[in-house]
Design a protein around this ligand. Structure first.
Ligand code: SAM
Length: 338
């Protein structure tokens, strides 16, 4: 199988995604004769071979879907050998590094290969990813996975301490990515690997102190456009909330129109009237945010007094109070040979 080319039917040796439920998904290497135990009972590998990707497969006490693996699904199911990058950060990296088919990227460290799979898919079929890690076992496991996932021609993985030796490549990279504890040690060794036309660099760090040191090294190294971004997801929940509804009688509408005309022709300078704040707490129970709006105290408040302000239950998309945790900061910069 290949992460780059979609295929219709499952073959022996493919790594597939077994989907039982939103929180029960597994990457599974199909091996004829083997059995995979799920919470819905045994799933025979042989019953999956020849099935169309996307189809239902039978377990002894239920069923599952068999899906074609993408870098995004691999990120959710891969064996963790290190901390990994997740898809929201990865998408920002790919966008900001301006990656597309044919680009050459240098990466360190390889870690569990989560980012590497997404980089390889983006630059395929003509690009190259050179990825480095100083940990021998991580390098050999990553190499096996890249081969199994059909990325062997696009990804070259090597054991190397990039903080001591750099990438060991000259005039080749359009983009570089660093996920290292001390990126500022590697940055002075990176320039030589950029193409003569220059390129983009990204460094991922969980702590702001690391970001500060990285930015200093980038500045000293002649990088420009140094920008640090943090990608946070803000989920919205669909909830039933009480929203205020204004029921205007004909008499109230006429009054509103009259005051609006007066304010337009200058009879009443509404803008000059003192403004006050009124808090309407109808949404408090759902968002925690008090909805406040200002209005003039005199004629407009008379209208509002005469309005029937009724709260009715409605379905609404409400921002969650919980913002999922911080992963890290992405520092981007541009390198141009002087
Ligand atoms: N971005 C990777 C992913 O998405 O799977 C995870 C990278 S992991 C957090 C950091 C990796 O950097 C580790 O595997 C570690 O061995 C490697 N590393 C740390 N210092 C290094 C160095 N000086 N040279 C090469 N690799 C290094």
């Amino acid at each position: 199988m290949s992460f780059i080319e979609y295929r219709d039917l499952v073959k022996n040796g493919d790594t597939v995604l077994i989907y039982l439920s939103i929180s029960n998904i597994y990457a599974l290497k199909i091996t004829s004769g083997k059995v995979f135990q799920t919470k819905y009972g045994a799933l025979k590998h042989d019953s999956i071979i020849g099935k169309r990707y996307g189809n239902v497969v039978q377990c002894s006490r239920g069923w599952a879907y068999v899906l074609f693996l993408t870098p995004e699904l691999w990120t959710l199911t891969l064996p963790h050998r290190t901390q990994i990058l997740y898809t929201p950060d990865i998408s920002l990296v790919i966008l900001q590094l301006d990656l597309k088919p044919g680009k050459v990227v240098c990466e360190a460290g390889t870690g569990s290969g989560s980012l590497s799979h997404a980089l390889a898919r983006t630059i395929a079929p003509t690009g190259q990813l050179y990825t480095f890690d100083f940990h021998e076992q991580r390098v050999s496991l990553a190499r096996e996975e890249f081969q199994e996932h059909g990325l062997g021609d696009i990804v070259t993985v090597q054991q190397r301490d990039v903080c001591a030796e750099g990438f060991g490549l000259e005039d080749i990279a359009d983009a570089m990515f660093l996920d290292l504890p001390h990126p500022w040690e590697a940055i002075p060794l990176m320039n030589v690997s950029f193409r003569c036309s220059g390129g983009r660099l990204c460094s991922f760090s969980p702590c702001i102190e690391q970001v500060q040191k990285t930015c200093e090294a980038l500045h000293t190294g002649g990088f420009t456009d140094i920008t640090t971004l943090e990608c946070l997801l803000r989920p919205f929940e669909v909830k039933e909330v009480s929203l205020p509804h204004l029921h205007l009688s004909e008499e109230t509408l006429n009054k509103t129109r009259k005051i609006s005309l007066e304010s337009q022709d200058g009879t009443t300078d509404v803008k000059k009237e003192e403004t006050g704040k009124i808090n309407t707490n109808s949404l408090d129970d759902t968002t925690g945010d008090a909805v406040s709006f200002s209005k003039s105290n005199s004629k407009r408040s008379r209208i509002e007094k005469s309005m029937e302000n009724v709260c009715e239950a409605e379905w609404a998309a409400v921002p969650s109070l919980q913002i999922p945790g911080h992963t890290g900061y992405l520092t981007f910069a541009t390198f141009t040979h002087s």
